[in-house]
Design a protein around this ligand. Structure first.
Ligand code: AMP
Length: 269
């Protein structure tokens, strides 16, 4: 059992799956898939969502790559490398600065140039409908600050990807069809690979590349911090509900509807 008074963020996905003794809204198993980079990649790939190439060893790096830690870290400790040598150099610098502990398992992924976009969905197992409730982009230091320095003075500045805030975004309308297609495919694939699949909020996270095609580098199988933008609803939730509706309130509505229809088993794990 998890000791009384422990914060959820300190617990970790595995402990939630195995040791959290109360029913929770959402899928515990999917949280585990979220925190394991290989499983995460598998779920996105099998959903037919375009993902960046991943490298199983630093020796394979032959293009610009982003090096990440496992689990949700808000971009903390990430760095870029474009060759096995630059990987070793940057890793050494990060370890020396104390940002990275020696021996940490790292995940290396192709860096996709484009604008980052985070898609906030809600899937209802009761109505079997998918809702897009918000779109955002993250404000990250120092990568979003580098354009503020003249290019001839940028040498030696190492971009970092630490999330400090969220910025609301409305997508070009023609992109929405593909957004829903990806979300629906994700829900179908999660139900097949990790039953019972998605329950409630999830987020697909990626970039739109130079052809305005979406490449997803992450998903979150839960409510994400960026939904805080839309406490009074978003341009997307307004289209569905025509009244202020946050992601938190959407969860509450789902729980109430499940209670009313004696279907709590469909939304709790
Ligand atoms: P994450 O923790 O995976 O959400 O990544 C944090 C930030 O790193 C993202 O918001 C992006 O700015 C950046 N990022 C992560 N993966 C990639 C990638 N494959 N290509 C480009 N940028 C990335």
């Amino acid at each position: 059992m998890i000791p009384h008074g422990t914060l959820i963020s300190e617990v970790g996905a595995e402990a939630i799956e195995k040791g959290f003794g109360v029913p929770i809204f959402g899928s515990r198993k999917l949280l585990n898939w979220e925190s394991d980079r290989q499983l995460k990649e598998k779920l996105m790939k099998e959903s037919g969502i375009r993902t960046p190439r991943s490298f199983s060893s630093p020796k394979e790096i032959n293009t610009l790559a982003i090096v990440k830690l496992h689990g949700a870290r808000g971009g903390q400790g990430y760095f870029l490398a474009d060759s096995p040598t630059s990987f070793q150099e940057k890793k050494r610098i990060m370890e020396k600065k104390g940002i990275l502990k020696k021996g940490t398992t790292l995940y290396i992924q192709e860096y996709v140039v484009g604008v980052p976009v985070y898609l906030q969905f809600f899937y209802s197992p009761l109505t079997r409908e998918l809702e897009l409730l918000g779109v955002e982009r993250r404000y990250e230091t120092t990568v979003d600050a580098i354009g503020r320095i003249p290019s001839q003075m940028q040498e030696g500045v190492m971009p970092s990807y630490v999330v400090v805030g969220n910025i609301p975004l409305v997508l070009r309308e023609s992109l929405l069809e593909e957004v829903y297609r990806m979300g629906e495919e994700f829900v179908r694939t999660a139900a097949r690979l990790v039953p019972p699949g998605v329950i409630g909020p999830f987020c697909i996270e990626g970039v739109y590349d130079e052809n305005a095609e979406f490449v997803a580098f992450e998903f979150s199988a839960r409510i994400v911090a960026g939904t805080n933008l839309y406490i009074l609803g978003s341009p997307y939730s307004g289209l569905i509900y025509e009244k202020p509706l946050s992601m938190g309130r959407r969860i509450a509505v789902e729980i109430k509807n499940a209670m009313r229809s004696s279907s709590l088993a469909k939304v709790l794990t």
